[in-house]
Design a protein around this ligand. Structure first.
Ligand SMILES: Nc1ncnc2c1ncn2[C@@H]1O[C@H](COP(=O)(O)OP(=O)(O)O)[C@@H](O)[C@H]1O
Ligand SMILES: N[C@@H](CCOP(=O)(O)O)C(=O)O
Length: 299
């Protein structure tokens, strides 16, 4: 039996649409064993939402892995402890893809290296900003290289940059939140994001507050997604008033994520929850740390 633990992730962090993401201290666990019949069970907060048949994304990832190595797939029993809420912008699908690929590799005797698993995971998810930090831990900037692969650039997250999230009680699938995005953007918005993403990477590593305040701004995806997240403006205002450097949509939403000093971050989280409640939306607020270790396994 193998148990694979995969952290939640936050993609984009504002201007880093589809290329910047960080692993968070909230984990899904996947237990794999060879079995006489396919059995998928689940526990945890997301248990009811997880598919218990072959359409389960963890199982689909295992199938993808065995097709890739050209071997017949084993019959398995899979138990999922689903602590990362589904379809909230916290990378639950990335945990399923990474968990499925890493579990399949262990069952097969580890024929693939981590870089091959990363490439398979990126191909399945379609963008690297969740699956890469989910696998490696920490914060990463990804850029395609000249050989059709990827550069994985670690961003050394400064200890004075703390994280608050507010998870509302409604789901928003990433697919739906990508449908509202335009196919083309104005050149001035592309320049805006290029400059702010570069600034943000330096802000995150230095903890420079002015750079964090400016660098968290985005014009490529959040303006188009805001209408899918009722109350976002009020939550953002409350987070800033409570001392946050800035607030962004976590991944494709609807979770909202603020960065602030460790001294103020609990007040920021509570202000976000209260502001949403004033608009009639129930949410759960948490302060999370960066998950340094990414995917781990035992067995
Ligand atoms: N723990 C899990 N086990 C199996 N499948 C999962 C799990 N978590 C998420 N998924 C799959 O991923 C989908 C959600 O993906 P997505 O819309 O990208 O949301 P998120 O922002 O949470 O990644 C779910 O509908 C489900 O198909
Ligand atoms: N870059 C993606 C990130 C999606 O993250 P998720 O946690 O919502 O799956 C996007 O913004 O679409």
């Amino acid at each position: 039996m193998f148990e694979v633990s995969v952290p939640a992730t936050t993609g984009n962090l504002g201007p880093g649409f589809d290329c910047l993401g960080a692993a968070l201290s909230l984990y899904n666990k996947f237990q794999f064993a060879v079995s006489d019949e396919l059995k998928i069970t689940a526990s945890g907060a997301g248990a009811d939402k997880v598919a218990k048949n072959k359409s389960n994304l963890v199982y689909e990832s295992l199938e993808k892995f065995y097709a890739h190595i050209g071997q017949p797939k084993p019959i398995i029993s899979l138990h999922i402890d689903a602590q990362v809420p589904l379809a909230r912008g916290l990378g639950s699908s990335a945990t399923a893809i990474v968990g499925g690929l890493v579990g399949a590799n262990l069952l097969a005797g580890s024929p693939l290296e981590q870089k091959d698993l990363l490439q398979l995971a990126i191909d399945m998810e379609g963008h690297p900003d969740n699956v890469v930090p989910a696998m490696l831990g920490g914060c990463y900037l990804m850029a395609s290289n000249k050989s059709g692969g990827w550069e994985f650039c670690p961003i050394n997250w400064h200890k004075q940059v703390a994280i608050a999230i507010a998870i509302p009680n409604f789901e928003l699938s990433t697919a739906k939140a990508r449908q509202v995005l335009p196919r083309d953007v104005p050149m001035k918005d592309a320049i805006f994001n290029a400059s702010h993403l570069a600034l943000l990477t330096h802000a995150l590593t230095t903890g420079n507050q002015d750079w964090l305040q400016s660098g968290l701004q985005d014009r490529l995806h959040q303006p188009y997604r805001q209408s899918l997240i009722p109350g976002m403006e009020a939550v953002q205002k409350a987070a800033i008033e409570a001392g946050a450097y800035g607030m962004v949509i976590s991944g494709a939403g609807p979770t909202l994520l603020a960065l602030g000093s460790p001294a103020k971050i609990e007040a920021v989280a509570e202000a976000m929850r209260a502001a949403w409640q004033e608009t009639g939306m129930i949410s759960t607020a948490k302060c999370l740390a960066i998950a340094k270790h990414g995917t781990t396994f035992t067995g």
